[in-house]
Design a protein around this ligand. Structure first.
Ligand code: F0G
Length: 446
């Protein structure tokens, strides 16, 4: 599928972004030239996926599309039980309704914002146990998504077992910069969790990109094929939530994969309540077919190599120009270190959001803030949270843009970098929602 994109003038963009209250989510897509807001649901489906769309079975119960997806999930992940949901956060909603209660603690590696919000919405706590190396963007470490086992063990020892319903490992870890978790770390987390009798679930949106990094970077895996690596990864988990809009390359969809029948039975009740009957769960038959095929497309080595190399191509152009980015480059995105890019803006004026607005004004490129706006206020104190990393993410949709687009993006950001000393004022919040505020926040220039 090919779509036209439209160039605009700086004057038009000045007007549009003001009207959008300096929130890039409020822009109309035709006001954006190159859209790097997210890699979620924005990829192009393959010929095989489109063929599958034509033969979807739309029966309410027991459709062949459901069984096709069930078979693909078992084949790729090894999980015997699964529940379809309409997207990743819906999978979180169903799973956490089953497992998480008020006062609980859910340790993990830099939980994604919807994951954290679903935990905090239930008055539970998300505890970040990511390795410290992840928070220094200049440091070269092959697996910056790893969990620090000492931090994790301390949480498991210091709290009663009944308070820790699960550990969540996000692969790859989006919030720390699309960074992978090593197989060794997954194995060790699993051993530690078993010792304390706590289940481990993977937030698996980008599991295939994680498997690619294991193949390329981890000793002993260079000759193992991606699907076998994926199988081994999931063998260390009790279950998974999946946003299929990422590594399964569909525009909409999600699921929960489970090893245990008792959890499946309990979660089925919530699935029916929130998503739909357990053989469709918010998805149409044709979408389940495309998703089943996408799980195979997304775990092809050649595809993964091309995709991840394209992201690195952009990263390299920026790095060579001296722009501070999270290094090594992430799997799905380049994360620009906004604090180092715009050192003259105080943190209270939302540095990464300011940078994202500047990039849009410069070239019509839409990135997204992964920083203090996204971090929300502390639910207990009501104070702004300022995470260690204040990033602007440039997420690359799958099978969509060419390397010429990457060159244009780099040129736009380099232009902003050259005039960075003149950018001294940021933004202030005019209106915000109590949770997941970054989607709807309204801002004005300071
Ligand atoms: N987990 C991770 C690691 C994610 O990146 C996302 C979504 C979700 C869960 C939720 O999935 O959107 O299908 O409900 N990430 C998107 C992004 C929105 O832009 O990174 P969803």
């Amino acid at each position: 599928m090919v779509e036209p994109i439209r160039r605009s003038t700086r004057e038009e963009r000045e007007e549009w972004i003001k009207y959008a209250n300096y929130n890039l989510f409020n822009l109309h897509s035709n006001q954006v030239f190159i859209d790097l807001l997210t890699d979620s649901g924005t990829g192009a489906m393959s010929d095989k996926q489109w063929s599958e769309m034509m033969i979807g079975d739309e029966s309410y119960a027991g459709s062949s599309s459901y069984y096709k997806l069930k078979h693909a999930i078992k084949d790729i992940t090894g999980f015997d039980y699964f529940l379809p949901t309409h997207q990743g956060r819906a999978a979180e909603n169903v799973l956490f309704s089953t497992l998480v209660k008020e006062g609980d603690i859910v340790p993990g590696n830099s939980h994604f914002d919807t994951t954290k919000a679903h935990i905090e919405f239930r008055k539970a706590h998300a505890l970040d146990c990511t390795i410290d190396e992840a928070f220094d963007t200049t440091l070269d470490h092959p697996f910056k998504g790893n969990i620090n086992l000492d931090k994790l063990e301390k949480v498991l020892i210091d709290n009663p077992k009944e308070k820790i319903p699960l550990i969540i490992v996000t692969v790859t870890c989006n919030s720390s910069g699309g960074q992978p978790v090593s197989m060794k770390n997954m194995r060790e987390v699993s051993e530690l969790a078993k010792k304390h009798d706590i289940p481990v679930y993977y937030d698996s949106a980008r599991f295939a990109e994680n498997a690619y990094f294991i193949k390329i970077r981890e000793k002993g895996y260079s000759d193992i094929n991606i699907r076998d690596i994926v199988k081994e990864m999931f063998s260390y988990a009790d279950g998974m939530t999946m946003s299929s809009k990422k590594d399964a390359i569909v525009n909409m969809g999600g699921f929960i994969g489970l090893r245990h029948k008792d959890i499946f039975d309990r979660a089925s009740v919530y699935n029916i309540l929130f998503e739909g009957f357990i053989t469709y769960g918010g998805m149409s038959g044709r979408d389940m077919n495309a998703l089943a095929q996408g799980l195979y497309d997304g775990t092809e080595f050649d595809y993964l190599e091309t995709r991840i190399d394209q992201v690195a191509f952009l990263g390299q152009l920026l790095k060579e120009a001296g722009i501070p980015v999270q290094y090594p480059f992430g799997g799905h995105a380049i994360f620009v270190d906004a604090k180092r890019f715009l050192p003259n803006i105080p943190k209270e004026e939302y540095i990464a959001q300011t940078l994202a607005v500047e990039l849009y004004l410069e070239g019509g490129v839409r990135g997204v803030e992964i920083g203090s706006i996204m971090a929300d206020r502390d639910p207990e104190t009501g104070l702004n949270r300022y995470p260690d990393l204040e990033l602007m993410r440039l997420a690359i949709p799958r099978r969509t843009y060419t390397n010429d687009h990457m060159k244009y993006i780099a040129a736009s950001l380099i232009n902003v970098y050259e005039r960075r000393s003149k950018i001294t004022k940021g933004l202030r919040i005019v209106k915000e929602a109590p949770i997941l505020r970054h989607f709807t926040v309204e801002l004005e220039r300071v």
